[in-house]
Design a protein around this ligand. Structure first.
Ligand code: FES
Length: 234
């Protein structure tokens, strides 16, 4: 099936404005958007820049906007798009570096801000695991499957309006530790999540739920965090 790929091109060193470039390739059944990008880079334009690593929906590096929706290129089959022209843009709201690659550093800074690790001064590390019941793990199971692709944060209008907003990915990470029964770091994290660029910027628009390739439903975790903050205060 001949398909046209309309791809965002941007090279800050060229001095040219961003533009779209069109490539037509023959796509076979089962080929993903990432396969198509790799073919275009290999046979049509070696200067095309995009990120990828695992090709299996695990590393999160191939997130991009495909026909207007944030998706993993390696998990999106071209045939399923049912589109003769596939439009590919970098993740919206993030600063483009070159073509489809965006600056992920501010996104990682926000993850670091919520202290994404177990804090428990009462239980220093030992050579044994810290036991948790299956029911306790159930509370955080979905949140642990985040692959940090950035698709959720990039899809969020509150983030577009306030670039200092932590965004759904960082808040889901905070949820993952706050609701981990082995963690005692709530007081360390509460100031980060409970401020004007934190939880309360979420207006339950729910774009993040649709964008998440792992179906984590960030909005639910954010709502539970909001409730926790209110309960702790009152
Ligand atoms: S290449 Fe790793 S998630 Fe797509």
């Amino acid at each position: 099936m001949n398909t046209v790929f309309k791809i965002y091109r941007f090279d800050p060193e060229s001095g040219r404005n961003p533009r779209y470039q069109y490539f037509e390739i023959d796509v076979t059944k089962g080929q993903t958007v990432l396969d198509a990008l790799i073919e275009i880079k290999a046979h049509k334009d070696g200067s095309l820049v995009f990120r990828r690593s695992c090709r299996s929906g695990i590393c999160g590096s191939c997130a991009m906007q495909i026909n207007g929706l944030n998706k993993l290129a390696c998990e999106t089959q071209v045939e399923d798009l049912k589109s003769k022209t596939v439009t590919i843009d970098p993740l919206p709201g993030f600063k483009p570096i070159k073509d489809l690659a965006v600056d992920m550093e501010p996104f990682y800074d926000k993850l670091r801000a919520v202290l994404p690790y177990l804090i428990n001064p009462d239980s220093p590390p030992t050579d044994k695991e810290r036991i948790q019941s299956p029911e306790e793990f159930k509370m955080i199971e979905l949140a642990t499957s985040c692959i940090l692709c950035g698709g959720c944060t990039s899809s969020c209008p509150s983030f577009w309006a306030d670039k200092a907003y932590l965004g759904p990915a960082a808040l889901v990470k905070a949820y993952r530790y706050v609701f981990d029964t082995r963690d005692r770091g709530y007081s360390d994290r509460s100031g980060v999540v409970n401020n004007k660029h934190g939880l309360w910027r979420c207006h339950t628009i729910m774009n993040c739920n649709d964008a998440c390739p792992k179906h984590i439903f960030p909005t639910e975790g954010i709502s539970l965090l909001k409730r926790k903050v209110v309960e702790e205060k009152y």
